[in-house]
Design a protein around this ligand. Structure first.
Ligand code: ADP
Ligand code: MG
Ligand code: MG
Length: 890
């Protein structure tokens, strides 16, 4: 019979860490910790296979599961010397979910299971601590009702708050035995009122309903949303861990806590964590009381005593376990522990989530410490994560009106309008407004709002609070636990210590790296690749074969691109130069000219400016390849839209207003994306491309002649559908280029190539390659034309398609391998049949998206080209691809 249940106990376990798909991350690592001798409370894991079968059998269990659970429970009872449901000496259990991929806060846990009116007496007799026993009992009812039965947790919270109010105390650990006992009764009454049935006192029933609830929670809305945001497949299923309880709420020598083996925010090799005395379970992360630090080396939280001072022996053991775990896993760990009567237990370990900055520092320092090699270090940092580092930070020279300071929970600076709930954040985000989500604390219900916000601010909770963990995972900046700010949901305001009020809709800035909250929109500066980041990128470059270029239109873009490691420019869009305020008038004059003579006159004004642009670009790139695309967009994009501008233009061009206006209207197109643009313009108005080619070649000749460095301009013709288009335009380019070179008396190597951005061009790539020295796949247009959908109009329906699973993702973000990708692959192969040395790249948004970069590597492209700020992402993604490391995705 299939093995459905895997047991673990300190020193021995059926499973190990390699089995996370079967045992879930939590179960696999509990087994691993147990077998390397760490103090893990005994228990057993029901595998993800049980979960799959559960859903295949309409939420029933396959044969054999109950027998295996009973057997595992029997031996657990023996090990613990307690009986499950035994009124004299009861064994209590925790029932914990644990999926193969970590899903913090998504799935629920039930603690203290096995309590009823009889067993609670046994617990009192054994512990001699009725307060603890009733505290555990009321927690159990609360969690059971909420997690297993779906009763709104607020009902119990309110009863608890009510008791505290009557008693005039602040914290639940200040309630008396009698009050806790009363709460148990009140909780049971509420349970019955809400559900119409009495609270089950049969431990077996409790256990099975709890197990089923964990399996059931795999399909709850929160879990589904989280999986969607994180590309976790829903067929994986979750495991369930059943484990003997240890108690952190049994008095002052008890505690519960969480820690990271290194600082998850900066990556410093520093033991960071928080704990609470006399508390249980999620108390630390839920912000019930302000958690205390493990030690006081960094982040002091007020005068709260540190664990190192209060419980020095347990702290020393914890430090030991920290290094055991790091040496064993070769990775930064996120751990959960509980101390029962002075004895330390380890309850969980997993790879710790961290900021990109921390990921890099940890990877680099672990190489220096000999824990991992350079290749592993490169694979430790996910390309997409780098996005965080490529975000702006606050300009050090900026004036700052600081209104509060919290914990630096997730770095990066951001500004936006204050909103106090997740739904509003989402709504405003849809209207393209930038918002900061401000909450007292966040919970899994807020995920969609966190995702929509620029950054997150909370007034309560520590570095391991829900807000902090989720924000770091999302790469959003977050300031957590900012007690300086009093948040009032009802009035929709927050008030600073000095009494200043910030209203909903006011703009603030968060600095997630320092914890500062600042009034208004503060200037920010752009990031750089240096220090550890630079070292890691150098290692990454050793492994990759795909080149990375940047899309850059100006010398400034080119400079940024070079600083980020671009090996050339893959796309310079010349039209961006046309939009410059100083030039647009000449461009418009050209467009409205009646005849070729008029157009030529106007182009002569633009020519020296274009030439200067190219000189700047070539100089900046110091001999690296530069691909320049000749004019691409439809002409009417440059035209004035309102009468004032039309009047200005008429005056400059010396044409009548009505004539200009008429001309503007004539140029209107029904479908400009498929209209008079690209090489079609170059063919019908040859003087435009002639001017651009002259400008390119004169710039190159002058630099070669006067400044003596190599330049290989790559002249690129857009929107080719047929080889004849390219043939004519190529002739023109050759003609002009030769003429310019003769005039300067120098020889410049240059190439003439084309964009492949129409399906027809990909299909006929072998023929087109006869006239092209290189191909560049314009995957934005190629996606539009392959799908027959316009990116500018897709917003109305594309989100629906993605949500309903009709499309696996937005094809403008992640290259569609099945369709568009096939054209890329075919185009490349056909092109190289004709010309084996054909250089092939892509430009467009996809060039900086990790999964698309991986695909480009696999089909053998020479380079990808992306926006300058994404160059490091593409470099790392290309390196991962070369190392055969798969991106999560389709
Ligand atoms: P999550 O997946 O949300 O981290 P866990 O299963 O780790 O949920 O449970 C949450 C918390 O419950 C743990 O951090 C721990 O404090 C507490 N807990 C879980 N199992 C036990 C146990 N056997 N004894 C004591 N506390 C436990
Ligand atoms: Mg946990
Ligand atoms: Mg295009």
């Amino acid at each position: 019979m299939e093995k459905y249940v895997y047991s673990f106990t300190q020193g021995q376990a059926d499973g190990d860490r390699s089995q996370r798909e079967l045992l879930g991350g939590k179960g696999a690592n509990l087994a691993e910790m147990a077998s390397i001798g760490l103090p893990v409370p005994s228990g057993f894991t029901l595998t993800t296979e049980v979960c799959k079968a559960f859903y295949q059998h309409q939420r029933n269990y396959p044969e054999g599961v109950d027998g295996q659970v009973n057997a595992a429970l029997k031996s657990l009872e023996q090990q613990m010397g307690k009986g499950f449901g035994d009124p004299l000496n009861p064994l209590l259990l925790s029932v914990r979910s644990g999926a193969p991929a970590s899903m913090p806060g998504m799935m629920d846990t039930v603690l203290n299971l096995g309590l009823n009116d009889q067993t609670v007496q046994g617990l009192i007799n054994r512990s001699k601590d009725p307060r603890f026993a009733y505290d555990s009992y009321r927690r159990f009812i609360q969690m059971y009702a909420n997690v297993v039965k779906g009763v709104d947790g607020d009902i119990f919270e309110e009863l608890l708050e009510g008791k505290k109010r009557i008693r005039g105390v602040e914290y639940d650990n200040q309630l008396s035995v009698e009050e806790l006992q009363q709460l148990v009764g009140e909780f049971k009454d509420s349970y019955q009122r809400e559900l119409g049935s009495v609270f089950p006192d049969d431990p077996q029933q409790q256990l099975w309903e709890a197990i089923s609830a964990v399996f059931g929670s795999w399909m709850n809305q929160r879990a589904v949303t989280y999986r969607k945001l994180n590309n976790i497949p829903s067929h994986w299923g979750t495991a369930v861990n059943v484990q003997a309880m240890v108690f952190g709420n049994m008095g002052e020598d008890c505690a519960t806590g969480v820690a990271f083996t290194r600082d998850p925010s900066t990556g410093e090799n520093y033991f960071y964590g928080e704990y609470l005395v006399n508390a249980q379970g999620e108390d630390v992360v839920a912000g019930i009381r302000t958690p205390q630090p493990l030690n006081k080396v960094k982040y002091k939280q007020g005068d709260l005593p540190a664990m190192a001072d209060v419980m020095p022996e347990c702290y020393a053991q914890l430090l030991d376990n920290r290094s055991t775990l790091e040496r064993h896993f070769h990775e930064m760990q996120d751990i959960e522990f509980t101390i029962e009567s002075g004895k330390l237990y380890m309850l969980q370990t997993r790879t710790g989530k961290r900021t990109a900055q921390a990921a890099i520092r940890i990877a680099v320092e672990m190489v220096d410490e000999g824990l991992i090699n350079e290749q592993e270090a490169v694979l430790r940092v996910q390309p997409q994560q780098l996005e965080q580092l490529l975000h702006p930070s606050i300009d050090p020279a900026a004036q700052k009106n600081i209104i509060g300071k919290g914990l630096p929970a997730s770095p990066g600076a951001c500004s936006g309008k204050v909103v106090f709930n997740a739904d509003e954040a989402e709504q405003r985000n849809r209207l393209k407004e930038k918002v900061i989500l401000v909450r007292i604390e966040t919970s899994p219900e807020d995920i969609h709002g966190m995702n929509a916000a620029q950054g997150i601010l909370t007034s309560r909770g520590g570095m391991t609070s829900h807000a902090a963990v989720v924000a770091r995972g999302m790469g959003k900046s977050c300031v957590a636990g900012c007690g300086d700010l009093h948040i009032d949901y009802e009035k929709q305001v927050m008030v600073t210590k000095s009494g200043f009020t910030i209203k909903r809709g006011d703009i603030i800035t968060l600095d997630g790296g320092s914890g500062e909250v600042i009034l208004g929109d503060v200037p920010k500066v752009q990031p750089a690749v240096s220090g550890d980041f630079g070292r890691l990128m150098t290692w990454a470059d050793q492994f990759r074969t795909l080149q990375v270029r940047a899309n850059a239109d100006t010398p400034h873009d080119a400079q940024v691109a070079r600083e980020f490691g671009a090996e050339g420019i893959g796309l310079c869009r010349t039209e961006h130069m046309f939009f410059d305020v100083k030039r647009i008038q000449a461009v418009r004059e050209m467009i409205v000219s009646e005849d070729q003579q008029g157009r030529k006159r106007a182009l002569e004004k633009i020519m020296p400016m274009q030439k200067n642009d190219f000189i700047g670009l070539f100089r900046e790139m110091k001999g690296l390849p530069v691909t320049i695309r000749l004019l691409d967009p439809p002409l009417h994009e440059f035209l004035p839209q309102n009468d004032d501008d039309i009047a200005d233009l008429a005056a400059v061009a010396g044409i009548r207003f009505s004539e200009v206006k008429e001309h503007v209207q004539e140029l209107h197109e029904f479908n400009p994306m498929l209209g008079h643009r690209g090489c079609r313009l170059g063919l019908t108005y040859p003087e435009i491309y002639d001017m651009q080619v002259s400008a390119i070649m004169e710039a190159a000749c002058e630099l070669v002649k006067n400044e003596h460095f190599d330049i290989v301009p790559e002249i690129m013709i857009p929107l080719v559908a047929d080889v004849n288009e390219l043939k004519v335009l190529r002739e023109n380019v050759l003609h002009i280029a030769e003429r310019v070179m003769n005039r300067y008396g120098v020889k410049v190597d240059y190439q003439i190539g084309t964009m492949i951005e129409l399906p027809r061009a990909a299909l006929l790539a072998d023929i087109i390659a006869r006239e092209a020295d290189f191909f560049s796949f314009g995957t934005n247009d190629l996606t539009q034309t392959t799908y027959g959908l316009s990116r500018d109009d897709a917003g109305r329906f594309l989100p629906y398609y993605v949500e309903k699973g009709l499309f696996t993702g937005d094809p403008f973000v992640k290259l569609d391998r099945a369709g568009v990708g096939q054209l890329v692959k075919m185009g490349t192969e056909k092109g190289r049949q004709t010309r084996p040395d054909l250089k092939v790249g892509i430009c467009g948004e996809h060039g900086g998206e990790p999964s698309s970069v991986e695909f480009c590597h696999q089909v053998g492209l020479n380079y990808v080209s992306c926006s300058p700020y994404r160059v490091p992402i593409a470099r790392l993604a290309a390196s991962h691809a070369a190392l055969g490391h798969e991106q999560i995705g389709d």
